[in-house]
Write a protein that binds this ligand. Structure first.
Ligand code: ATP
Ligand code: MG
Length: 400
């Protein structure tokens, strides 16, 4: 089937009233960016729908790219046919054949924008529906709840047909919800937390704590690769790589062993908050999930979170590990996360970290240590990388 354009439905954006234009403009710019290497494509938006005019570009690749863009509820490839009864019958039959096996019930929903057209909507419905029934086996009409609703719109210039409705990625356009910093380790959880945040429209910057020589270049590369995967839905993402060795060594030296993990987390959060402030972020995002490890008990979070009043978003907090892993697999970060290279936390993990650390105690221990100059130094020496999605289309999967 040679498609003419793709019709895009907004979903949740449609519920926005006053600021709908901002959402629509964002979505339009994401779609244009995703399709920028197809020169002849044009994108037009109105209040309720968006239209991607293919102008000869094959639709398959375009469909694949639209699939991963947040803010789209569903979309339908549309084709154009001549305004002639015989031509219409012929095209609808070919369309039905192309979807063979994917539907058993159908209906035709005709609309006539061109009132001069010599058939009424009922006549069009009967003519085209009857032609399909006579020529395709194993299908029947269901006007209430058909598998396939073939919409036939007769306009001045031609007749346009859409049928198949492809589910979009949902969510809201990236950037429509403001900017936040994702604390990105090399693990399974934080990239998933990043993905879900992007899905709700958050513009992400990533922060990674790196402790050479205890952690290797390869563990950093892992984080670069994870950021690259995430950037596929938004074009590019800034990655802040924080040199964390000096702070970790000082913690090891000065803080009692069963509190080093709590202190490490507090220091990470403090540094992340400084970087957030410098980059006009409004929140910090982590991959924490309740009860998963010692640092992820409510007692731990209570002790760690004390260092900042900035909102700390934890999109995975109530999810089970298996649910998180399913998403990681879908978004293709799981294999990268499973590479064996060590993380700065695993290297320094104490043998029996406190699962119920006390604020008073950690404050008391930290009161003997001057971390401030090291925090400043870490922030000043943070390396900033801009990671762009490798736009190679062939490695794009469904979701991205
Ligand atoms: P993940 O799978 O994301 O590594 P995790 O289950 O291993 O999470 P922790 O090691 O307790 O959990 O880390 C909790 C959260 O702290 C991570 O999800 C991440 O947001 C942040 N974090 C941990 N280590 C780092 C790091 N080296 N750099 C940046 N953020 C980190
Ligand atoms: Mg981890």
């Amino acid at each position: 089937m040679k498609y003419d354009h793709i019709l895009i439905r907004y979903g949740e954006i449609s519920t926005k009233k006053r600021n709908r234009k901002i959402f629509v403009d964002r979505l339009k710019s994401h779609i244009k960016r995703a399709l920028k290497d197809f020169e002849s494509i044009q994108v037009e938006a109105d209040r309720d729908r968006m239209y991607v005019y293919l102008n000869g570009t094959p639709h398959e690749e375009v469909v694949k790219r639209i699939h991963g863009i947040f803010g789209i509820q569903s979309f339908s490839p549309a084709f154009k046919i001549e305004k002639d009864a015989e031509a219409m019958k012929e095209s609808i039959l070919r369309y039905g054949e192309s979807l063979k096996g994917r539907f058993t019930t159908f209906k035709i929903s005709a609309r006539r924008a061109d009132k001069e057209f010599s058939y009424s909507t009922d006549e069009i419905n009967h003519m085209l529906g009857g032609h399909l029934l006579r020529n395709l086996e194993g299908i029947k009409v269901d006007v209430k709840n058909p598998d396939l609703n073939i919409r036939v719109e007769v306009r001045q210039e031609a007749v346009f047909v859409t049928g198949e409705v492809i589910p979009g990625a949902g969510g809201l356009p990236v950037g429509s919800a403001g900017r936040a910093m994702l604390m990105l380790s090399g693990g399974i959880d934080s990239p998933v937390a990043g993905f879900l945040s992007l899905k709700r429209g958050i513009e992400l910057e990533c922060i990674h704590f790196h402790s050479p020589p205890f952690t290797s270049e390869r563990s950093k590369q892992k984080v670069v690769d994870l950021t690259e995967k995430l950037s596929k839905v938004c074009g590019s993402i800034k990655l802040h790589v924080v040199p964390f060795t000096a702070i970790q060594e000082l913690i090891q030296k000065q803080i009692p062993e069963n509190y080093t993990m709590t202190s490490t987390r507090r220091l990470m959060l403090k540094v992340a908050d400084r970087i957030r402030e410098r980059n006009d972020g409004l929140a910090i995002i982590t991959g924490e999930s309740l009860g998963q490890v010692a640092s992820q008990t409510l007692n731990s979070m209570y002790a760690i979170n004390e260092v900042t009043a900035t909102p700390v978003l934890r999109p995975l907090i109530t999810m089970d590990k298996t649910e998180i892993m399913d998403i990681a697999r879908d978004i293709e970060t799981l294999d990268i996360s499973n590479r064996p290279y060590e993380d700065c936390c695993t290297v320094f993990t104490p043998s029996n970290p406190k699962t119920k650390p006390k604020r008073e105690k950690v404050n008391f221990y930290e009161s003997f240590v001057d971390f401030e100059s090291l925090i400043e130094e870490a922030v000043d020496n943070t390396e900033i990388l801009t990671i762009s999605a490798a736009s190679s289309a062939e490695e794009d999967s469904g979701l991205f």
